[in-house]
Design a protein around this ligand. Structure first.
Ligand code: UD1
Length: 371
């Protein structure tokens, strides 16, 4: 039977794909989104959201707006959030307010108007550094990044013997180590969902997302995901700037695979009460993705600039173990990374991308947040 799903922040990058997939299978979709200028510029561009979406413009911290949005809703996907790790380290009040007060307001309203299930977008950033293996083969889950000295050869965390440790897939059981304001807010969102939902007869689910990419990510937002930032730079004929040495590893997961994970999390009986890592299962260095993207965009002449400085709040490596989502939810990442880059390049070629990355970098540097 068709369900009515509310997506908070549903006009954003991930929400649009979730909305499209829900509509495709016959569900009704309402979106509550405040359309912030940092993401949406002067307003929602035509065609960004399918016409069948019932769009309500409003802030997730406005309880009256949330109450209106919840009328007649069966399930909620909670995506409304500020998303930049770097920016969270100076816009502390804004990130904490939107992400945590926003989630608190949603649950305050849900007490009076409960739904069957709430799925929240958590983040791999809550792990801090992922799991590592030291040079003797011992696993460590409490690795902390220490400040790098001028004589250090490696950006990687070092073991007791002074050798770089190797990142290994991180399962959901790893203890969270919150290394940025963003990570703190995401952990609070996740815990609010998993604590409050069952107290009021609802099911809560948290998806810990790795780095989502794909067409539609806000190109002119200098605090968006790294692939959109690089795409915007390359489209403007300028070299992407890579923090550290570019050997930091991430898992880039196509936004369509992420959206499929949300649909599974909304419906699967085994999802209730759980946290699930969502990634592609393939990790890559930031250097490699910069080069592959420039090639896909036909700009093999543009090679990245290595900043040799780290952004405060960033972690070095974190790669996912996605077995739990695969085994319990039947999650299967199916999008090929190179095809995804080709698709992204094709989409970018049809966009106007204002490159504001230089300003953002100056903003972080002026505050001592890149060193
Ligand atoms: C991203 C998401 C976050 C999500 C998380 C999950 C955004 C804005 N952030 O954060 O919401 O929860 O993935 O994994 O989409 N880098 C550069 N140059 C740049 C920008 C970034 O080298 O110009 C590097 C960073 O230092 C970092 C890596 O690229 O090492 C990834 O950065 P970013 O795309 O901001 O991702 P996360 O911080 O992982």
């Amino acid at each position: 039977m068709a369900q009515k799903v509310l997506i908070t922040g549903g006009a954003g990058f991930i929400g649009r794909f979730v909305a499209a997939q829900l509509l495709e299978r016959g569900d009704d979709v309402r979106v509550l989104d405040s359309l912030i200028p940092q993401v949406h510029g002067d307003g929602l561009a035509p065609g960004v959201l399918p016409a069948e979406v019932d769009l309500m413009t409003g802030d997730v911290r406005d309880i009256d707006a949330v109450r209106r949005a919840l009328k007649g809703i069966d399930k909620v996907v909670h995506l409304a959030a500020e998303v930049g790790v770097g920016q969270s380290m100076y816009a502390i009040d804004r990130y904490t307010s939107v992400n945590d007060l926003g989630t608190a307001t949603l649950f305050q309203a849900l007490i009076d108007d409960p739904v069957a299930r709430v799925v929240v977008a958590s983040s791999m950033s809550i792990y801090g550094e992922g799991l590592y293996k030291d040079s003797e083969g011992t696993t460590h889950e409490d690795v902390l990044r220490r400040p790098r000295g001028p004589n250090d050869a490696s950006w990687d965390p070092l073991d007791a013997a002074g050798l770089p440790m190797e990142p290994i897939p991180t399962p959901e059981t790893k203890r969270p180590t919150l290394a940025s304001v963003y990570a703190i807010t995401k952990f609070v969102q996740e815990r609010l969902t998993l604590t409050v939902a069952p107290a009021y007869g609802m099911e809560g689910v948290a998806l810990r997302l790795w780095n989502a990419y794909g067409p539609g990510q806000a190109l002119s937002n200098p605090y968006t995901g790294v692939l959109a930032i690089f795409a915007s730079r390359i489209a403007n004929g300028v070299a992407p700037v890579i923090f550290e040495d570019g050997q930091q590893r991430r898992d880039f997961v196509h936004v369509k695979d992420v959206a499929r994970a949300f649909l599974l999390a909304l419906d699967h009986p085994k999802a209730a009460g759980g946290v699930f890592n969502i990634g592609s299962g393939e990790d890559r260095s930031v250097n490699d993705v910069a080069t592959l993207l420039a090639d896909a965009m036909g700009r093999a002449d543009i090679r990245p600039e290595i900043a040799g400085k780290a952004r405060a709040g960033d972690i070095r490596h974190c790669i996912p173990d996605i077995d739990k989502a695969v085994e319990q939810l039947g999650f299967e990442p199916i999008e090929d990374f190179r095809d995804g880059l080709t698709e992204l390049a094709e989409w970018v070629s049809r966009q106007e991308a204002t490159d504001r990355v230089g300003e953002a970098r100056q903003e972080l540097e002026a505050r001592g947040l890149v060193a």
